[in-house]
Design a protein around this ligand. Structure first.
Ligand code: ADP
Length: 220
């Protein structure tokens, strides 16, 4: 589904920072891949490039056969909205909006018309066992519940892949277990899951494990 060939990303920080060096890798539909590596090694850069949040400055990146390098932000955003969902360490739920409204916001750039989004958002909350909190302010939820809502927001529009950057970084062991079970379940239902983590327990979930060192991506 995702095919990177010689993909590089260099930041200009007064001097060039080679965050990603000629990465060549594939992600098949339905895979569960975890990515580890030291802090500053390029994991988030890789995830952002693969998720089309950031554009590489060299190489080829095909998504379902479509070359994305060289596409404008509008077209890349279109592919991203159709196919990808994102989960971050800090949840990023909007306060002052209800839980179900937050989940609906995840579909804003997706293919689903506004009139079906509420129903899909409720279905996503139901799947994570939080339908009864649909009209609560996310500030009243626990950390584990907030991350489950963030996952519902990421997958409510039924993307093909979800990219998670340290999804359990703010969670205790019990909530980590709940989030991992949820990701496992989504993957079993066919969703491609890619997770960046420094937690060995999370890394062990991957059917395939990648390790990034100094901007170079390798298989474990
Ligand atoms: P990781 O996720 O493994 O901690 P990152 O992908 O965040 O690593 O960063 C890789 C390297 O790129 C680091 O040296 C980091 O300082 C640098 N970097 C990341 N983002 C930027 C940016 N926007 N501008 C300049 N340098 C950056």
């Amino acid at each position: 589904m995702l095919e990177l060939t010689d993909v590089s990303r260099t930041y200009d920080d007064g001097h060039p920072v080679h965050a990603l060096r000629r990465a060549t890798l594939r992600f098949a539909e339905g895979e569960y891949v975890t990515i580890t590596g030291p802090s500053g090694s390029g994991k988030s850069t890789l995830l952002n490039v693969v998720g089309l949040l950031d554009a590489p400055d060299g190489g080829s990146y095909r998504v379902r056969g479509v070359e994305t390098v060289g596409l404008g932000e509008r077209l890349r955003g279109g592919i991203r909205g159709q196919l990808f969902g994102f989960v971050f360490q800090a949840f990023h739920l909007l306060p002052g909006r209800t839980t179900v409204e937050n989940v609906e916001l995840g579909m804003l750039y997706g293919p689903h018309p506004r009139r079906v989004r509420r129903r899909m958002a409720m279905a996503a909350l139901d799947r994570i066992g939080l339908a009864h909190r649909a009209h609560a302010d996310p500030r009243t939820l626990s950390g584990g519940e907030r991350q489950r809502v963030a996952i519902a927001r990421a997958v409510g529009g039924r993307p093909r892949a979800v990219f998670c950057d340290e999804p359990t970084g703010n969670l205790d062991s019990a909530n980590t277990g709940t989030v991992l079970a949820l990701l496992r379940e989504l993957n079993a239902a066919g969703l491609t899951v890619v997770v960046v983590t420094h937690d060995d327990r999370v890394a062990a979930e991957g059917h395939r494990r990648l390790r990034v060192v100094d901007g170079i991506v390798g298989e474990e």
